[in-house]
Design a protein around this ligand. Structure first.
Ligand SMILES: [Zn+2]
Ligand SMILES: [Zn+2]
Length: 273
């Protein structure tokens, strides 16, 4: 039997940083044998963010319904969002989630308040590391991730460790000893909150050459009783749809993950891998 192939986090033209239509993704997904596909466009709530104010719910929902009408009997589609979470913008985040028909809501840390903006940006990340230093960036990033777990708004916590995307040269040789305790606490809180841990394959073809987060973190999450794991490509272009996800599923299986969690109407559904 063909192994189950999900992609739980992708960006379409409903995000400012992608041009791809939902229809294009579906055609490609069918060719690739993808079984479950979630469109999770960006909602950015900080005026400092590149795509602040871009997302239009009515437009995204309309495109999703049309696409589901055409492809819904051949591929399981989910309507989602990736909300940029910031402790200072919890009320704003709640306002754009509640009352909308999302299947899956991902909370991801992108912006570090007071430290120069977006930690996942090619242009911005090096400036942030140079100006504030690794220790300050790491501490603020982990604080924001920990806070996102406690906000009670999200089904999934996205790409933990994304600061490695453009920060790998700065993080090399970093002694993590000072952060071990907090990293461990984050794994435990995630597990205890019953949230899903996203394992994001994009890091596998980006500088860290490992997913966000790495397998060590996934194992800790499992050790604390974490039961929900999602996988994704975080594609912004068609070529990256499903990229490295089959390899990632094999790695996760070897690390002790037996099921992937999908979301439908924000309810978890487990699928064996
Ligand atoms: Zn993101
Ligand atoms: Zn994303």
């Amino acid at each position: 039997m063909k192994p189950f192939f999900p992609d739980c986090h992708t960006h379409t033209r409903q995000s400012k940083d992608s041009q791809v239509t939902m229809r294009q993704y579906c055609e490609r997904a069918l060719e690739m044998g993808i079984d479950y596909l979630a469109f999770t466009d960006h909602i950015d709530l900080d005026p400092a963010d590149f795509s602040f104010g871009y997302y239009n719910f009515d437009s995204a929902w309309k495109e999703f319904r049309e696409t589901r009408e055409e492809f819904g009997n051949r591929i399981e589609l989910a309507f989602g969002v990736e909300v940029s979470c910031q402790t200072s913008l919890v009320d704003e985040a709640r306002a754009v989630i509640e009352g909308r028909p999302y299947d899956i809501v991902i909370g991801s840390v992108h912006i570090l308040d007071g430290l120069g903006g977006d930690i996942s940006s090619r242009e911005n990340t090096p400036k942030m590391f140079e100006k504030y230093g690794v220790g300050e960036i790491y501490r603020k990033y982990l604080d924001e991730v920990e806070s996102s777990i406690e906000q009670g708004l999200y089904d999934v916590i996205g790409h933990i460790g994304i600061l490695k995307r453009h920060g790998t040269p700065y993080l090399k040789g970093l002694d993590l000893a000072g952060y071990e305790e907090q990293i461990d606490r984050i794994a435990r809180k995630l597990a205890e909150a019953g949230l899903a841990l996203e394992v994001n394959a994009s890091g596998m073809w980006q500088p860290p050459a490992q997913p966000y987060p790495d397998t060590e973190f996934v194992k800790r999450f499992l050790d604390y009783g974490g039961a929900r794991v999602t996988v994704c490509s975080d594609a912004h272009v068609l070529e990256n749809l499903g990229r490295c996800v089959p390899e990632l599923l094999t790695t996760l299986k070897n690390a002790g993950v037996n099921e992937i969690t999908l979301f439908k109407n924000r309810k978890p559904i487990k699928r064996p891998i």
